[in-house]
Design a protein around this ligand. Structure first.
Ligand code: CTP
Length: 130
């Protein structure tokens, strides 16, 4: 059986915490599809525009060996539709989202993976700003 994994994120200023998450997600199944937050969704979700525009973030993530497919996530409210449309069996999220998607357990398995410590897009931007 083809066990398809789905995950979501902004993946702005791509860092090793992102890579760890995507590689561990892929290892849970046979293929990995990633929903990339649009620039517009990011503005509402994180209250700032991403450093890199959505097309560039999507190209970077799509180029990874562990990623089979990407699409744009336009609203946080459409998770169920994205899961069904992609035929995903497992939703993987970082544990910063722990418990937030448990209502989707009737559609697929939901797994929260521990975040890589001490790295984030926000911290990286702050570091570069100095
Ligand atoms: N992630 C992770 N470990 C980190 C940072 C992110 O596992 N150190 C995971 C998140 O839990 C999420 C995915 O990577 O499942 C995409 O996260 P994203 O929000 O794009 O990255 P952050 O670095 O958390 O961004 P920000 O600082 O803007 O919140």
């Amino acid at each position: 059986m083809n066990r398809k994994i789905i995950t979501f994120g902004t993946f702005d200023v791509f860092h090793v915490g992102h890579l760890n998450l995507l590689e561990r997600a892929r290892a849970l199944g046979d293929s990995l599809v990633v929903g990339i937050s649009t620039d517009e969704l990011n503005l509402t979700k994180k209250d700032r525009a991403p450093v890199f525009p959505e097309q560039e973030r999507a190209r970077l993530v799509a180029s990874l060996r562990c990623v089979d497919q990407v699409f744009f996530e336009e609203s946080l409210a459409y998770k169920r539709e994205y899961i069904e449309r992609n035929g995903a069996s497992v939703l993987v999220m970082g544990d910063d989202w722990k418990g937030k998607f448990d209502d989707l357990r009737d559609a697929c398995d939901v797994v929260y993976l521990p975040r890589t410590p001490s790295i984030s897009t926000t911290a990286t931007i702050e570091r570069i700003r100095g």
